[in-house]
Design a protein around this ligand. Structure first.
Ligand code: NAG
Ligand code: NAG
Length: 257
């Protein structure tokens, strides 16, 4: 027996009608911002083993503006400017990215999209720092030194390039500073929760007023040229949500191997 919600969802999928048109949040939507931050910090607080040095995450407007500017292009691939930090953020030295996509648009739910990244923990071994499938989204979400996040969601009426030529949604989160560096572990655990915090410990996260108050206003990337919903989509039919995470590979060796 299907629930009413489930039946409505099916009606949306089959009819793809205006009856089910969903409204997606803007990057200035306080409820959306709060949900993005809360879901990330919840995952960060919940790591096992507990982290000595996990920073409390707060919202960054410039990261959200960059996420939106990229999402508007409706391409299921990473922002091509990530390797050139000044083109994706006015101050931070590196920016990471997770992307989630699905169709129809009614599939989108902020908490669920983030949860799909966090669920990769089931395929991640902290002990071996290894993955048995995909876990790069998870390791970015719980990367200890990443403390700013900005996300955006975009409706793509004409499809999403490299995903499906159907009306869908792209959800992009950008992070500063970037995680997934040099195959290091996302966080240190020896010493117990918060043992290497500067600032205060809150729900197993290290919090400081200085970090919380870092703000970036009035940023706009030089490559943001609005009108871009792509209509030249290639058709890869994957009926479930999928995700991408960006990995930085640099020349240095990681401290944790
Ligand atoms: C975990 O890995 C299996 C394959 O080993 C895969 O089917 C599954 O989707 C993965 N789960 C997540 C949450 O990535
Ligand atoms: C970790 O590595 C050890 C030694 O290679 C192996 O026996 C063990 O199964 C691995 N554990 C996981 C969860 O991958």
């Amino acid at each position: 027996m299907r629930s009413a919600v489930e039946r409505l969802l099916w009606a949306c999928i089959i009819l793809d009608s205006g009856v089910c048109s969903i409204s997606l949040p803007e990057i200035s939507d306080l409820k959306f911002i709060e949900e993005c931050v809360k879901e990330h910090n919840w995952a960060r607080s919940s790591v096992s083993p507990p982290a000595t040095d996990m920073l409390y995450m707060t919202w960054d407007e410039a990261l959200a503006i960059t996420a939106k500017a990229w999402a508007k292009r409706c391409i299921f691939d990473h922002n091509i400017y990530l390797k050139d930090a000044p083109r994706v953020h006015p101050t931070y030295s590196s920016v990471g990215e997770n992307i989630w996509t699905a169709y129809p648009p009614s599939q989108f739910n902020t908490a669920r999209a983030i949860k799909s990244w966090v669920d990769e923990v089931n395929n991640y071994s902290y002990q071996n720092n290894s993955c048995n499938h995909v876990c790069g989204h998870y390791t970015q979400v719980v990367w200890a030194s990443t403390y700013k996040v900005g996300c955006a969601v975009q409706l793509c009426p004409d499809g999403i390039k490299y995903f499906a030529n159907k009306k869908g949604v792209l959800f992009v989160c950008n992070y500063a500073t970037a995680g997934n560096i040099n195959r290091r572990r996302p966080y240190a655990s020896q010493g117990g929760a918060c043992s290497r915090c500067s600032g205060t410990c809150e729900n197993k996260l290290c919090r400081s007023a200085e970090r919380d108050s870092q703000k970036s206003y009035n940023w706009s990337p030089d490559w943001d040229t609005s009108d871009t919903s792509s209509s030249s989509s290639v058709s890869i039919l994957i009926a479930r949500p999928v995700a991408l995470s960006f990995t930085f590979i640099t020349a240095q060796q990681g401290a944790d191997g």
